[in-house]
Design a protein around this ligand. Sequence first.
Ligand code: ATP
Ligand code: MG
Length: 277
Amino acid sequence: MTPVALDKIEVRNVFKVFGSREKEVMTLLREGLKKEQVLAQTGCVVGVNDLSLSIRAGEVFVIMGLSGSGKSTLVRHLNRLIDPTSGQILVDGENILDYDMPALRQFRRHKISMVFQGFGLLPHRNVLENVAYGLKVRGESKGQCNERARHWISMVGLQGYEQAFVQQLSGGMRQRVGLARALATDTDIILMDEAFSALDPLIRAEMQDQLLELQRTLEKTIVFITHDLDEALRIGNRIAMLKDGQLIQVGTPQEILLSPADDYVERFVQRHRARLI
Ligand SMILES: Nc1ncnc2c1ncn2[C@@H]1O[C@H](COP(=O)(O)OP(=O)(O)OP(=O)(O)O)[C@@H](O)[C@H]1O
Ligand SMILES: [Mg+2]
């Protein structure tokens, strides 16, 4: 019998309510009230609403949706920057919500890294120190930190900038530092929240190519948030479409393009088609 491959990440019926009346909101959501109705009735914001999905090992899983649809909120659950109001999150079959602080620290240092939307770099440190940071906090020797950091700095095309300070770099270069830092820790999973969105189109395309090139050998599990369907189609193995904290559709680029689940997804697809003409 062939063993059943475990999903790398499994999100099970996750709800996230922002506000003090969580219990009441959960009842309303289970009764089928929508995000706006909940807001009007309780003043609470629904970030994620009964969302379940699975992400396979080694895939680039893209999360799309309009601003405020819950993309960042969902992804922040995956490394427990936030905890759900209800639901389960499994990574390699383990419920990460059961982790205590030491287990969580271990998990964040060794299994999952994140490239933030606003880069999240240390402004008063140079490129080398920024890239080596994740290795340093997990106690690796200085020599090892520097060697690994230099390797990844050159892999993302920033060789020669090791001593430069973050403020001296362009947005695109900062983005590369963020990427190098995530790659240097050699975690199985990388979360990328609009990692390329601040870049101009040419550099953005270059970064997409670079990520795909690296992914060919690294085979990480990458969760990549974007607003841009072109980007999603280019780099994603599968794409999840979110609206008001709910999952509307998940599928391959082809499935999304050829059979959009509803008008909301169709609108993204139309914009893409319009740009091709
Ligand atoms: N800390 C918070 N407190 C209250 N509400 C929040 C908080 N974080 C997010 N929200 C709300 O949750 C919803 C989802 O926000 P989220 O940041 O996940 O959206 P997003 O899809 O990432 O949007 P964008 O594309 O603009 O980054 C929004 O309605 C937002 O107002
Ligand atoms: Mg966001």
